[in-house]
Ligand binder design. Structure first.
Ligand code: NAI
Length: 398
């Protein structure tokens, strides 16, 4: 029997891949998506944005019940939480959303192929299914949307129980008494907030001398002050060099970023949140000759085409902000261009939001970036507290 053949085979059903597939189907292409995870939706739906937002909301409600309601004249006594129920709610949301993606695939007649894909040659994708059998699929065009995986630190092995990435931090079986978070970026601050609200003593260790690199410095300084009031502590300009586990606890070795006197810190769980790296292993890119940059990102032109004819890439596995909505925009622009339309993404206007309390949003260049680029600018500021609505907002810890 001849191999099935498609106009477009997308590898990866995350926010980049599934949105690209739907748009391509809407534009008349015959589309298949290869996904190795059991459920569609990629990192964001399964082990990233959505489950973390579910826990952020649950933990915020608990925290507010403990300290924020009295000012509203609301009395709540004996508030407690059931972590297992909180996790079940999160899992239900994940289930519902990933089923939603499956429904959209059906609606748009997109073929879902389960298994791990490798590009065997131009126009040819090999898929190894869960049983180990290999199937071949023909594709006029191939779109790589395999996303990213957590970056690790040398000598620190993630076991997803005591040394966790964001994935393990979303399913801890109990609230750790002490949690050390390595990296004061999006993940460290969001998941650090979740566990701090639920009662962990959270210490954030950050290599740089500030939190939230890439965001406005003044906003980051103010945010740090609020996080401290919420019970988190920070060790800036500090790096983790070793982690040793004994039966009862973990011993971390940290030292100033510039080196010198090492120090030991005891903890129960460590969350490594030092960024993410492109997920391209096993795709056969070396053999195919697909160009990558020194950091491993697939190199594409402004039509998301790689240097290999008929092979495209979008989202976290190409350069640019590693954000779900950016991946979707890449995907839409890529398939619209393939369909002969004009697809374009303006990377200067990709918004970013850290879903802490308060939420921190940014778009465009920061003041520091403009300074570095020698661009003239003028500063406009308006404090949120000066808006009439501000006092009505829910207080953070005080
Ligand atoms: P990040 O790039 O936001 O932050 C990583 C932090 O780790 C940086 O502050 C960095 O200076 C620090 N770091 C690096 N090496 C270190 C070391 N050896 N010791 C101490 N600190 C170190 O990365 P993060 O938080 O892991 O998130 C990964 C990606 O996921 C980000 O690109 C982010 O855009 C995305 N994401 C977005 C979310 C959102 O949109 N709300 C939520 C979660 C993740």
């Amino acid at each position: 029997m001849a191999d099935p053949s498609y106009d477009l085979v997308v590898i990866g059903a995350g926010h980049g891949g599934y949105v690209a597939a739907i748009r391509a189907a809407q534009l008349g292409m015959n589309v298949a998506v290869v996904e190795s995870r059991e459920r569609l939706g990629g990192t964001c739906h399964n082990i990233g944005c959505i489950p973390s937002k579910a826990l952020l909301v649950s933990s915020l409600l608990y925290a507010e019940a403990g300290y924020g309601l009295a000012a509203h004249g609301i009395a709540a006594q004996g508030v407690s939480f059931d972590l297992a129920a909180m996790m079940m709610r999160k899992d239900r949301i994940v289930d519902q959303n990933t089923k939603g993606v499956a429904f959209l695939f059906k609606k748009h007649k997109i073929t879902h192929i389960r298994g791990a894909a490798r590009i065997a040659a131009t126009g040819k994708v090999e898929v190894v299914d869960a049983a180990g059998a290999t199937h071949t699929v023909q594709a006029t065009r191939i779109l790589i949307a395999t996303g990213s995986v957590p970056a690790t630190l040398p000598g620190i092995a993630i076991d997803e129980e005591r040394i966790v990435s964001s994935e393990g931090a979303l399913k801890l079986a109990s609230v750790p008494k002490r949690l050390v978070v390595i990296g004061a970026g999006y993940i460290g601050l969001e998941l650090g907030s979740v566990w701090a609200r639920l009662g962990s003593e959270v210490t954030v260790v950050e290599y740089l001398d500030r939190i939230l690199p890439g965001m406005d410095t003044e906003v980051a300084t103010l945010a740090q002050r609020l996080f401290v009031r919420q019970g988190m502590s920070f060790r800036l300009g500090t790096k983790l060099t070793a982690a040793k586990a004994s039966k009862s606890e973990m011993t971390l070795t940290v030292e100033p970023a510039a080196g010198s006197a090492a120090e030991q810190v005891a903890t129960d769980v460590v969350l490594v949140a030092v960024g993410r790296k492109p997920n391209t292993e096993g795709l056969g890119l070396e053999a195919l000759g697909v160009e990558r940059d020194p950091k491993g990102f697939i190199v594409v032109n402004n039509a998301f085409a790689t240097n290999v004819q008929g092979v495209y890439a979008i989202g976290d596995c190409v350069a640019g902000p590693m954000l779900a909505h950016k991946a979707s925009e890449d995907g839409v622009a890529c398939v619209e261009t393939i369909a002969g339309r004009v697809g374009h993404v303006d990377y200067n206007t990709v918004p970013g939001v850290v879903y802490t309390h308060p939420e921190i949003a940014s778009v465009g260049k920061t003041e520091q970036a403009l300074k570095d680029e020698g661009v003239e600018y003028s500063v406009g500021k308006f404090p949120f507290t000066a808006t009439p609505r501000a006092p009505t907002a829910t207080p953070t810890a005080s």
